[in-house]
Design a protein around this ligand. Structure first.
Ligand code: NI
Length: 136
């Protein structure tokens, strides 16, 4: 584990009060952990913008009854096969399927994959979640 460093931060009282209320709602045990997460998040956004490697999970629901949709979804995934690590298909209800696509690669490409899938007729919902890869 990395060595820990301590440093002081000066903030307006109103700002630290608002921050404390915010982190209490998010169930952080202390300010340090909350500030660590803010820094990690900011570095992840930087990584994203600079085209760094990230992990992404695409979660989508779509109509089971549109038969051609399944093959379109698979065709698109094959176009990005270097990004796709794993997929899981769940028959959510009689009408709907849930698909989870786990990816790793350039954020921009993962976003492109997600937006191509989202644009397909019959896709009801799609959410892309990104996580940092590496030491941060
Ligand atoms: Ni299904």
């Amino acid at each position: 584990m990395d060595k820990l460093y301590r440093f002081g931060i000066s903030l307006e009282k109103s700002l630290i009060d608002a921050f404390d209320r915010h982190i209490r709602k998010r169930n952080y045990s202390n300010r340090s952990e909350a500030i660590r997460d803010l820094i990690r998040n900011d570095l992840l956004i930087k990584q994203w913008k600079e085209g760094g490697i990230v992990a992404g999970i695409i979660m989508m629901t779509y109509s089971h009854h549109k038969r051609e949709l399944v093959s379109k979804i698979l065709d698109i995934q094959h176009d990005y096969q270097e990004l796709v690590i794993s997929t899981q298909h769940i028959h959510l209800t009689h009408h709907d399927c849930l698909e989870v696509i786990i990816t790793k690669g350039e954020a921009r490409q993962i976003e492109e994959l997600a937006s191509r899938l989202k644009a397909l007729v019959g896709v009801k919902h799609l959410n892309l979640s990104i996580s940092a890869v590496g030491d941060n």
